[in-house]
Design a binder for this molecule. Sequence first.
Ligand SMILES: *Cc1c(COP(=O)(O)O)cnc(C)c1O
Length: 238
Amino acid sequence: MNTFSLHNSKSMIEENIKNIITRIEQKAASVGRKSNEITLVAVSKLKPVEAIKEAFDFGIRDFGENRTPEFQQKAQLLSKEINWHFIGHLQTKKAKDVVPYASLIHSVDTLKLAGEINKRAKNINKIQNILLEIKTSYEETKTGLVNIDEIKEVLDFCKNAENLNVQGFMTMAPFTNNENEIRNSFKQLKNIFDKFNSEGYNLKHLSMGMTNDFELAIEEGATIVRIGTAIFGKRNYN
Ligand SMILES: *Cc1c(COP(=O)(O)O)cnc(C)c1O
């Protein structure tokens, strides 16, 4: 065995994880939060299973994927100890492929999708943890619920659905360098979260923050950050 190259290929992901964990701890401490109330989801989309195994060996247990076939394949192949997070847009007809493996689905954005997830979860005797995806930016490409009445309608449906456990909200900040715009997007999500919690909804998670903005997200109350590039390196979309 070539231990030298093994060590080398491992060290980048290890170094990156150490670095990110330190940054999460420092940021949390700087705003008086506990870092153990923040879950790091390593976003492994488009990365090989070897990369996931390396991160796993270094203690990461939460991984995020955004495409159904890739999510399903990796979940079937890899350790049952992994908590799989589905973070991409989910088509209603694909819910059946995701529910058996997902520890948390971050991207529920319609009543219809919530209904289908509930049905598929019931079929396999599972309570499916979900988040509602909220659109907090004006970008056309982003999906998610916008209107408060609509959010309430989906929340109420999920609360009453036997096989769903709705735990909070997810959002993606706009793609911009403007820190204020990004922060506003996170603040909006936190406001909606606080509003529903003040009405007794008992939500616990805010999934927000990626490689370029996770520290802002932690300042604004994120309990789950989804980080890909800073752990696994740039993705090749070709
Ligand atoms: C790809 C992706 C991420 C991770 O993005 P990075 O900038 O690579 O950290 C987080 N959330 C969602 C929904 C994604 O699709």
